[in-house]
Design a protein around this ligand. Structure first.
Ligand SMILES: Cc1ncc(COP(=O)(O)O)c(C=O)c1O
Length: 474
């Protein structure tokens, strides 16, 4: 049953279309229709409703049906009935506010959001080892003593620190013991702990940094009041001979971020000598040390002098940046200050996650996953290099021996337009300039920093195709 009524303007002040339909008879249908008209704002607060008789006549229902419906809605508070002024829509019956409609505009391709994510930084999220991680989590929860679910030790779970000690010694050449390892939520957290806010930090500036680096880390340091001094880079990495009165230096020795080379062996020893002579410390950001392809592994700088290097790593590249788990391997003198900076209880790194990671490492799942991903990323890198050799042979690709990104070298004056052209092709990526320290004394030339890990396997070919279309012609 469906009946409708369009009232005239003088009766209720506005056109109103009521449909009496649905279950429960006419009275229930009329109540629903009127309630909906008020709720949607079609009947504004204060509007006078038609008298029973005329509405009944218009709808072809009994007068009592209308009277009952009005009474019900008065009882519910949708309507008010007053002697002499009839039945009106209640003033406090708030109509549903609809979101203002903005006119539909079809954005040009570069504004539609990227279809291909070639930004550096993230691993392939579709390859997260869900089953193995879940198995580790289950085993860890079963084996955990009850105290593991109480407040956490700010140093981190001993199970994890022992597992990391063994793993880092074997895979990265780190020399340490569990007492020197402090678990944190990743590299960014380690920086916050070390430099704190204002004068309360473990370390103080000025801090030497590579002239090209992650802007997020530079901003974090600036927010903590740390003055950073950019060190020029060349094909051998940071020119550490330029270090002088800085109290610390932050380096990416295994794989300079973002240009891609390892720190030359002579510079590795030179920076340790500098730290010894100045009573300074080297911060080693070992962000993707596991991913090396063609060259011999570059061990951790920390192995050269565990008392002069703070080695910092995380699972952000090897597993997932969503886990927020990392570690600091500290010289003895920094252990207590860092623990003091963390506070009395673990406030960042989830203890069950720590236990799961410990199991993941000890059970061999971590090694297996890293090996599998290394193969996958090497394949991605090889495809990138092969596609460019075929379709853009004039573009040199550098920084390809390790890591999850490469740098495509561009002729002077073309980087900005290439980044724009990439956006038009639906590609998200950055140019080298995005990583340059604002006071950098040098430029590393122009180029595109292409992350080849984040794109899902099935989407990679299309991403490479779009990338080739964005490159400047010969
Ligand atoms: C240069 C560099 N350092 C460190 C990290 C790791 O940061 P976090 O452990 O805070 O996720 C990243 C990103 O993954 C990076 O690009």
């Amino acid at each position: 049953m469906t009946e409708s009524w369009v009232n005239s303007a003088e009766r209720v002040g506005a056109d109103l279309h009521l449909e009496l339909s649905g279950p429960g008879g006419r009275r229930a249908a009329l109540i629903r229709a009127l309630r909906e008209a008020v709720r949607s704002g079609r009947l504004a607060p204060g509007t006078r409703l038609p008298p029973y008789r005329s509405l009944a006549a218009d709808l072809g229902v009994a007068r009592n049906t209308v009277a009952d419906a009005y009474a019900e809605l008065v009882a519910e508070g949708w309507l008010t009935a007053r002697q002499g002024s009839g039945t009106r829509v209640a003033e406090r019956a708030e109509p549903l506010r609809r979101a203002a409609r903005t006119p539909v505009r079809v954005p040009p391709p570069h504004e539609r959001g990227p279809r291909h994510d070639l930004r550096q930084g993230a691993p392939d999220a579709s390859a997260f080892p869900r089953a193995a991680w879940a198995a580790s989590y289950r085993r860890a929860l079963r084996a955990a003593p009850s105290e593991a679910f109480g407040p956490g030790d700010p140093a981190g779970r001993r199970e994890l620190r022992e597992a990391l000690m063994e793993y880092l010694a074997r895979a990265r050449g780190v020399r340490t013991e569990p007492e020197r390892i402090v678990v944190c939520s990743g590299f960014a957290h380690a920086l916050r702990l070390l430099f704190g806010q204002g004068a309360g930090g473990v370390l103080r500036g000025p801090l030497g940094v590579e002239a090209y680096g992650l802007d997020f880390h530079r901003e974090l340091l600036a927010a903590a009041g740390v003055r950073t001094v950019p060190l020029p880079l060349d094909e051998h990495g940071a020119r550490v001979a330029g270090l002088g009165r800085e109290r610390a230096v932050l380096l990416t020795p295994a794989h300079q971020f973002p240009t891609g080379g390892p720190l030359h062996p002579e510079r590795r020893t030179a920076v340790i000598d500098w730290a010894r002579s100045r009573d300074a410390v080297v911060l080693e950001d070992d962000y993707d040390g596991e991913f090396r392809y063609d060259r011999r592994p570059v061990g951790a700088l920390q192995g050269l002098d565990p008392e002069r290097v703070i080695h910092i790593g995380s699972v952000s590249k090897s597993l997932s940046p969503a886990l927020r788990l990392g570690w600091m391997v500290l010289p003895e003198r920094y252990v207590d200050p860092v623990l003091a900076a963390k506070g009395e209880r673990e406030a960042w790194a989830s203890v069950p996650d720590q236990l799961a990671l410990a199991d993941f490492v000890v059970s061999g799942s971590y090694d297996r996953h890293v090996r599998r991903m290394r193969q996958r990323y090497r394949g991605r890198r090889d495809r990138l290099v092969a596609v460019l050799a075929a379709r853009a042979p004039h573009i040199e690709v550098t920084g390809i021996a390790a890591g999850l990104h490469a740098v495509l070298r561009l002729p002077p004056g073309t980087e900005r337009s290439a980044v724009k052209a990439a956006a038009w092709q639906g590609i998200a990526l950055d140019g080298l300039a995005a990583f340059r320290h604002p006071r950098s004394p040098m430029t590393a030339g122009e180029g595109l920093v292409v992350g080849y890990a984040a794109t899902a396997e099935h989407a990679y070919a299309a991403a490479l195709d779009a990338l080739c279309r964005a490159l400047p012609p010969e």
